[in-house]
Write a protein that binds this ligand. Sequence first.
Ligand code: TYD
Length: 140
Amino acid sequence: MVESKPRIITIPKITEDRGNLGYVESGRHIPFTIQRVYFINDVPGGTERGSHAHKKLQQFLITLSGSLSVLLNDGSRTEEFVLNRSHQGLLLPPGYWRTLRDFTSGAVVIVLASEMYDPDDYINDYDEFLAWKKLRTVTA
Ligand code: TYD
């Protein structure tokens, strides 16, 4: 089942004198099968990323280093998540207009994704997103 609300999920962390190890298993710590992994780094200060929504894609974002802020808009309200812990990730369901911003210098975010890359899954226009949400509410 696809979850409909974004939420923070704490992942296992093995802490040892020789360092920390975190891990994520498909279907156990996150509610989808991982099909793709990508990461974002070297983001210049003041840059915003995202500014789109996905129709089907589920994602799990973990900040491995540094901090960033994720704004999620569901068509009527916006919720902000500050990601600054490597053992806590953000489950990001489809149907949210996302903005990633306030990257600290050296921030690294890894994204686990439920689908392969598909440009047709993107909604890049906010008005189109609102229309899509409305349609989905009517047909749901
Ligand atoms: P995009 O999803 O727009 O990044 P962000 O949401 O962080 O702003 O992707 C940026 C570029 O990378 C775009 O040209 C598409 C490409 N891309 C891939 O080729 N494969 C991928 O898995 C992803 C996530 C992006």
